[in-house]
Design a protein around this ligand. Structure first.
Ligand SMILES: Nc1ncnc2c1ncn2[C@@H]1O[C@H](COP(=O)(O)OP(=O)(O)OP(=O)(O)O)[C@@H](O)[C@H]1O
Length: 233
């Protein structure tokens, strides 16, 4: 398959625009991502990797250039509206889940993503067998913690849950921003294996930021290295 799922054309981004602190972060970046690509994104601290993901997820608007996802021009689309195409897992295990909700409640929210919001989490009991099945093969004993508040989970369990929630709806693009970096080596390795298996099984398109060249070479089919611009502070 050679269809481009993401087309980024000459994107330039700027922070603190119009002030003395104005700074260009990305300049004229063009990138085509094919459906099914698993891209690993490397670069030194401050090179602009997270900024690139922020432009894709819509939390940062480009100063110039354009962005298409699945053929739709999303350049001016808000983060919320882009959420039907994109899922992201962040480095911080606290970022992807609601701490005062249980694992099962979080999963139900993820399952109903894009549907009309309801005040009550109806249907939770009916969904429990499905969630039990979904989590059974996952590392960290998550299937034993379905009724635990996510705030009481370990970092590894929480990050595994965030990853499951991000991928259960088969997003067009999965963005991983150093999602294993806060975990111990063994847990990090388990989550990387889960990541690779899920991407393969669901044939997802993924861009993953990592600082580990070994992981970048092992897991991706394409590697991109962002270089920090010399004239930037
Ligand atoms: N809102 C902002 N205001 C000012 N500077 C910013 C802002 N966002 C990013 N930057 C700067 O832009 C540059 C790129 O940041 P970014 O977080 O994208 O880098 P990165 O490659 O992800 O770095 P790291 O590997 O450390 O996470 C950095 O110099 C950062 O300080």
């Amino acid at each position: 398959m050679s269809e481009n799922i993401l087309e980024m054309q000459n994107v330039t981004t700027c922070v603190n625009e119009g002030t003395s602190e104005e700074k260009e972060i990305l300049k004229n970046i063009s990138l085509n991502v094919k459906r099914g690509d698993f891209i690993t994104l490397l670069g030194t601290n401050g090179a602009g990797k997270s900024t690139l993901l922020n432009v894709i997820n819509g939390s940062l608007s480009p100063r110039s250039g354009s962005l298409k996802i699945a053929g739709n021009d999303v350049t001016k689309l808000s983060v919320v509206k882009r959420a039907r195409f994109i899922s992201q897992v962040f480095q911080d295990p606290k970022a992807g889940t609601a701490p005062r909700m249980t694992v099962a409640e979080n999963l139900l929210l993820a399952k109903r993503r894009g549907q009309k919001r309801r005040l009550k989490l109806r249907g939770l009991n009916n969904a429990l067998p499905e969630f039990s099945e979904l989590t059974k093969k996952l590392p960290n004993g998550l299937s034993e913690r379905l009724n635990t508040f996510t705030g009481d989970l370990s970092g590894g369990q929480r990050q595994t849950l965030s990853f499951l929630m991000a991928t259960m709806g088969n997003p067009e693009i999965l963005l991983l921003d150093e999602h294993t970096a806060a975990l111990d080596p063994k847990t990090s390795q388990q989550l990387m294996e889960l990541t690779q298996n899920t991407i393969e099984e669901k044939q997802l398109t993924c861009i993953m930021i990592t600082h580990h060249l070994k992981d970048a070479l092992k897991y991706g089919n394409r590697m991109i290295i962002l270089k920090r611009r010399q004239n930037r502070a």
